[in-house]
Design a protein around this ligand. Sequence first.
Ligand SMILES: Cc1cc2nc3c(=O)[nH]c(=O)nc-3n(C[C@H](O)[C@H](O)[C@H](O)COP(=O)(O)OP(=O)(O)OC[C@H]3O[C@@H](n4cnc5c(N)ncnc54)[C@H](O)[C@@H]3O)c2cc1C
Length: 396
Amino acid sequence: MAQPESSRIGIIGGGIVGLSTARALADRGHRVVLVEKEDGWARHQTGHNSGVIHSGLYYRPGSLKARFATEAAQTLPELCAELGVTARRTGKLVVATRPDELPRMRALAERGRANGVPVREITPGEAREREPHLVCVGALLVDSTGVADFAGLARAFAAELTARGATLRLGETVTGLLETDRGVMLQTTRGEIAVDHVINCSGLYSDRLLPDDERRRLRIVPFRGEYWTLRRPELVNGLVYPVPDPDLPFLGIHLTRGFDGHVHVGPNAVLALAREGYRRRDLAPRELADTLRFPGFWRLARRHLRYGIAETTRSLVPPAFLAGVRRMLPEVAPGDLVRSPAGVRAQLVLRDGTPSDDFVIISRPRITHVVNAPSPAATASVQIGRHLAGLVAGRA
Ligand SMILES: Cc1cc2nc3c(=O)[nH]c(=O)nc-3n(C[C@H](O)[C@H](O)[C@H](O)COP(=O)(O)OP(=O)(O)OC[C@H]3O[C@@H](n4cnc5c(N)ncnc54)[C@H](O)[C@@H]3O)c2cc1C
């Protein structure tokens, strides 16, 4: 149902996607009420990621990820500058460390070109001019990649919204959605909020508010991504990524000189035993049981058993992790890596075990659910917000 301009729209989630969507709706003249369960903004995925402005290189041509990230890589650094948020266009290398990775590396370059991404193959010697400590047999250079303080950007969006009179409510959890003749009632830990339309941007919990029939088809599976800080940051100048496995939704352990100048190594991808399980010992029995009851999880696990075992080994056995890093950066020694805070990805998995490879939005007349907004959703948050605002207005 098309929403008249100046409808009252409820948004669940104060990560970068919810805040950016609120901003796009306010631009269209809607009244916005945003509800976030934490006492501050960007406390989950938005505040625990690699901070990379992705170029659009990896994604299926024509997908929302490809379209939105390619556009965002061109525009986000300037928006950050306007809002006083740290961001830089740094460029990045994708490196093959074994000859058998070269065909996949070249296929990736083709995909990038199909998406309109400025990507070119360079020689190992040229790669070493940028990254003198690197070892590789081939490399791609992507100029439009950068780094940004996504949590800072989310906070800047919140400050803008407050200045424009939007209602932002922290420390309040949405527990249910009740459709009425006139709109939707958001049921929260503090009472009820009547709105015309709801957009659910609750990240790791975005499947929780779906009707049961939808929920049977899909589930958010939380994958922890662990990071290490490199004690010798002088070994890495910019961003260095491996050639990813095209069957997996993760990019592989990369070396990232972030917006703050620190060099992070990671993230890996291991099953988290709680949706907000940032530490290995974090366990939420009901959440884990919910994952284990879902047939799609077992199908995914069977299909990627070897990868899962290897990632878990690298997580538990530091020398195994180090060996992976040393394929790109042989000078890294055991004492050079210090564990740093992890992030947890909200990955949508379908009942047949397929991890969704695009942003997924379930749009109902009065409720829109963003059920898959993993990487590069921080990069593409402005484009996702505009897209959602367009959907709500019936103009997408
Ligand atoms: C390890 C890792 C590395 C990544 N690297 C990158 C990268 O380099 N570049 C990039 O572009 N993207 C990256 N991403 C992805 C990016 O961080 C996410 O796509 C993006 O932050 C998603 O934003 P969001 O607002 O949807 O989710 P979130 O930031 O998780 O926000 C959801 C919010 O909803 C709130 N919430 C949940 N349930 C409720 C409820 N019932 N009521 C009220 N509030 C609720 C939560 O508290 C949370 O604040 C990475 C992610 C991870 C985990």
